[in-house]
Design a protein around this ligand. Sequence first.
Ligand SMILES: Cc1cc2nc3c(=O)[nH]c(=O)nc-3n(C[C@H](O)[C@H](O)[C@H](O)COP(=O)(O)OP(=O)(O)OC[C@H]3O[C@@H](n4cnc5c(N)ncnc54)[C@H](O)[C@@H]3O)c2cc1C
Length: 404
Amino acid sequence: MPTIIVIGGGPAGTFAAISAKKQNPAADVILLTQEHCEPYEKPPLSKAVLLGQAAPTDALIAGPGGVASHGVVLETRAEGMAIERAAATVVLRDGRRLHYDTLVIATGSSPRQIPQLPLGAPGVHYLRTESDARHLRQELRSGQSLLVIGGGLIGLEVAAAAATFGVRVTVIEVAPRILARVCDEQTSAAVHRAHARHGVDIRVATTIASTELQPDGRIAAITGTGDRLTADFVVVGTGSKPDDALAAAAGLAVDDGIIVDGQCQTSDPRIFAAGDAVRFPGPEGLLRLENWRHAQDQGMVAGKNAAGATDTYLTVPSFWSEQYDLYIQGVGWPARSATQVHRPLGGDSMLVFDVSDGRLVYAMGINAQRDLAAARRLIERRVPVDPGALADPGQAMTAMLKRG
Ligand SMILES: Cc1cc2nc3c(=O)[nH]c(=O)nc-3n(C[C@H](O)[C@H](O)[C@H](O)COP(=O)(O)OP(=O)(O)OC[C@H]3O[C@@H](n4cnc5c(N)ncnc54)[C@H](O)[C@@H]3O)c2cc1C
């Protein structure tokens, strides 16, 4: 009976473990997580959890029965410290040594720290785990002013939750506009306006030169232009970096992420990897994605292949974000050379498409879930599209699928 070990209890690791067991029910599948609890979903941490609408562990990745209900053995507080490839062994922090026949690494990513506001400094928060979310929620209840560093998805979700509670929020973004990495200008502007309506002060093209802890316990940030911004607490949302140190120390190929091929195999044929920690072949070379669906889908392929399948991971990436009453979504591969087509929807809804060579390659919208679900299928099936029809809200997106 083969033993398949999976390191990392996020969506990539959890789905890898479940899929490995499904692929080979006779295998012993062990999921190692360094956290103290059953694997839980991260997206609610910056949304429903901060708003007090859900507890961090309400949404279990493996469903209400947990990982065990899928026949997988879960080991909590089990940090993988080393992978000894010659002996096919994972060494845990507590000294135990576990033999594997195949291994999946799904160690995820951690927040990028900024030197002026290191993790652990008083009043400074980074958001990644359920414990981070619990601490931040407490702070939202008692603090009156918040400084958010980074106008990306997580920073803005925290800003929205805080503003909803009546906390005075300032967001500092180094780029000339918020969400520059994921949204077109029009969508960024719509999100910016929503924050302004809720009283959030967003300062774009702004850097932090230095910070000071004031005698009253508040934090002062001095911007590149000399402005002094003070707040009761700070949330840093400046992106994340892959947790690839374990793989690198084991001598696997790593370059800003664990390098895998289309079948999620690392440079060692017995070791697979998936999720935020991984760089994999995309349409224009190796890339890393940090979103939930990618982690889940790639985890499934890695787990199946670790159990003997030879599936190839093909993806149409997507992300979503919830801020106030805005449900922001993107799907596909943004292309620099594409033509942009706007579909006027009215009210708070927006939809913009990137069309390249007569095909839809990317779609991004606000409060347009149904159209975006159709857009995903148009992209996946590579259906030829008519830009005129895309721009006309009178023409149903689902009807366009019939051309495929
Ligand atoms: C607050 C927040 C909100 C988000 N919101 C959205 C959203 O709205 N939409 C979206 O698409 N994506 C969202 N994401 C991103 C999404 O959650 C991640 O892309 C996804 O969790 C990545 O999954 P993963 O399994 O690769 O890594 P992770 O979820 O990071 O899981 C890795 C796990 O491995 C564990 N681990 C690491 N090293 C070891 C080790 N040596 N031994 C044992 N265990 C180890 C970690 O503790 C962690 O539990 C959000 C992320 C965060 C943090």
